[in-house]
Structure formats: structure tokens, C-alpha cells
Ligand binder design. Structure first.
Ligand SMILES: [Zn+2]
Length: 272
């Protein structure tokens, strides 16, 4: 692998991938494969490198990825994209018999209100919520949970296949005392319609975008979606050995959102 084209420092998912590769007994995994050398910054072949387009959007919400082991090695893993865009992304590998003490420390940190993002039909109804804590009580201000609203939301996403995610959910007792945020079918189908997605399964990056939307972080959510679209385009074109059109609508949308974000940043100092 070569250095990334950008100067970004390796993020949480990148570090997790590196430590997984170090333990790998299959050295070919680290190489670029038959189609050429890959960029260490975005995992794509150098001609399709995405690093120059990578947007970073600071958020109040945090994302905590709990990743199935092999997920970190997949060049198509979209948890990576979340870590690209959202600086407060943490990533931990999951194992049935051990738990990373750093994960437990994050979950115990009082600045965060953790939410396990998982389908509600698999959970006891009293544990399931469909909005962030404090939001439901908006109309009845005296019952509003102030402690929950003053904390930063931390979305725990299980980055794995559906079977693995169910296993992680069932066999991680340290997640048991957190509310389960269930994305409602209407939200998901409206989302799919808007994004013209054919698959009935949302990828981890799309789930993160929905969560950020729920937390009111619209710019971050839109940026993440636009970045996912551009990544998908680069990934597929690389796979099919096709050239990219850097000026198509997908790229333009991402650039527009990045410009919005720059403006947002410029305005911040004048707004104490
Ligand atoms: Zn790159």
C-alpha cells in the first residue's frame, strides 16, 4: 500500500483495519490485487482515489462502530466512509469472548448518551425508542428528560452482516442497558425512495446518515450520503476498469455540500 494522496491521519476504522492486517496470516489481503496498487487513504486503486474529495463535518453526535472482524478488511465497507466524514467516529472490533476496555470506557463516558441502533422487532418494547431521548417530550415540557438532552448522542452501529449483527446484539451484555433506537419502516422507505435505492437493506453509512438526521445534523447527513454516492461510483468504475467523470452530478453535489460546509465554518467565529 502507498501513502494516501491526502494528508489525513489514519482514522479509527483505518487503524482497526491495520491492526487486523497485522494479525492476518493471508498477506495477499494487504496488496492491491490484480487491478493495481491501492491508496491507503481510501482503499481504491490510485487512478480512482477519492481522498481529494473527502469532506469532514464536525458533529455534536458521535458514531461508535462495532465491527465484525472481516468487515474491516472489505474494501467496500462503508463504516470507513463514516470515519472519513465524522471526526467523532470510534471503531471497535467485536469478539464473542472479550470486549475492548476502550469501548467500555467510551460507553461509560458521561458526555455521551449511547443509543444502540437496531430493529425494534427484536427488542422488548420498553427498551425501544424511535426518537432521541428528550425529543418525545417536546410537547410536554415538564416531563422532558433534561439529563438526556444535555448529553451528546452516541449512535452505536453494528457494522456486520445481518446474521452477525444479530449475534453481536444478543451476545454483548454491555449494550443491554442502553435504549435501542429503531429506525421506523416509514423513515427507511421514505429514505430509500428519495435516494432511489433498490436494495431493501441499508448500508452502515446510510444508517449513520439517518441517525444524524434524527439528531438534527442535516448537513453532515447529506454530506455523508453524497460522499457514499461518489465512493460507490469510484468503487464500481474501478472494479469495471472504467474512467471517472469528475464533473458529473454526483461529484458536483459533493463539492456543493463541501462548499456549504466551508461557509458554515467561516461563519462560526463571528457567532460566539
Ligand atoms: Zn485515496
Amino acid at each position: 500500500m502507498t501513502q494516501p494522496h491526502s494528508t489525513h491521519v489514519p482514522h479509527a476504522v483505518s487503524r482497526l483495519r491495520s491492526s487486523r492486517l497485522e494479525r492476518s496470516t493471508r498477506p495477499f489481503l494487504a496488496r492491491g490485487g490484480p487491478h493495481g496498487e491501492r491508496c491507503a487513504g481510501c482503499r481504491l486503486i490510485l487512478s480512482h482515489c477519492l481522498c481529494a474529495l473527502r469532506p469532514v463535518v464536525a458533529t455534536r453526535a458521535g458514531i461508535c462502530l462495532i465491527m465484525a472482524e472481516h468487515e474491516t478488511l472489505k474494501p467496500s465497507n462503508t463504516g470507513w466512509l463514516i470515519a472519513d466524514v465524522v471526526p467523532d467516529t470510534m471503531a471497535f472490533g467485536w469478539a464473542r469472548t472479550t470486549v475492548d476496555p476502550a469501548l467500555l470506557a467510551v460507553l461509560a463516558n458521561p458526555q455521551w448518551q449511547p443509543y444502540v441502533v437496531f430493529p425494534g422487532e427484536f427488542v422488548a418494547p420498553e427498551r425501544m425508542i424511535t426518537q432521541l431521548l428528550g425529543e418525545q417530550a417536546d410537547t410536554t415540557a415538564n416531563t422532558k428528560d433534561v439529563s438526556a438532552t444535555s448529553k451528546r448522542p452516541l449512535f452505536i452501529l453494528l457494522d456486520a452482516t445481518w446474521q452477525e449483527a444479530r449475534k453481536i446484539f444478543k451476545k454483548s451484555p454491555y449494550l443491554n442497558h442502553f435504549p435501542v433506537l429503531s429506525l421506523m419502516p416509514e423513515q427507511v422507505s421514505r429514505y430509500r425512495l428519495r435516494r432511489a435505492q433498490q436494495e431493501d437493506h441499508l448500508c452502515t453509512c446510510e444508517v449513520a446518515a439517518l441517525c444524524l438526521n434524527l439528531a438534527g445534523e442535516t448537513l453532515a447527513a447529506q454530506t455523508l450520503e453524497a460522499y457514499l454516492d461518489v465512493f460507490t461510483e469510484h468503487y464500481l468504475r474501478a472494479k469495471q476498469q472504467q474512467k471517472l467523470n469528475w464533473d458529473d452530478d454526483l461529484h458536483q453535489r459533493l463539492r456543493d455540500l463541501s462548499n456549504l460546509h466551508d461557509l458554515h465554518d467561516l461563519r462560526l467565529p463571528a457567532n460566539p
